[in-house]
Design a protein around this ligand. Structure first.
Ligand SMILES: N[C@@H](CCC(=O)N[C@@H](CS)C(=O)NCC(=O)O)C(=O)O
Length: 78
């Protein structure tokens, strides 16, 4: 299943959440802890403290940048 590392107050994450909802894709929301910095799970997985971060383990994809994530979801899941 897709995993999204995100934060509710992040507008870039909101774009991705909207797309996931439109496409009716099941996913696991992982709340990103900005305070944890380089100790956060997001950093350990992707090497940045940035969100949104999409993890598609089935396809071996770890992806930042909301616009790239939207394109990826459209391409692979619509
Ligand atoms: N260009 C990025 C911007 C993402 C972004 O700025 N995210 C902010 C939260 S709204 C963030 O993660 N800031 C902390 C950081 O970059 O370490 C995108 O479209 O996804």
């Amino acid at each position: 299943m897709l995993e999204l590392y995100a934060n509710a107050g992040c507008p870039y994450c909101q774009k991705v959440l909207k797309k996931l909802s439109e496409l009716q894709i099941d996913f696991i929301w992982r709340s990103h802890d900005f305070m944890a910095g380089e100790k956060s799970w997001g950093f350990k997985i992707g090497g940045k403290t940035q969100v949104p971060l999409l993890l598609d383990q089935q396809k071996g994809v770890v992806m930042y940048e909301s616009d790239s994530i939207l394109e990826y979801l459209d391409e692979k899941y619509s």
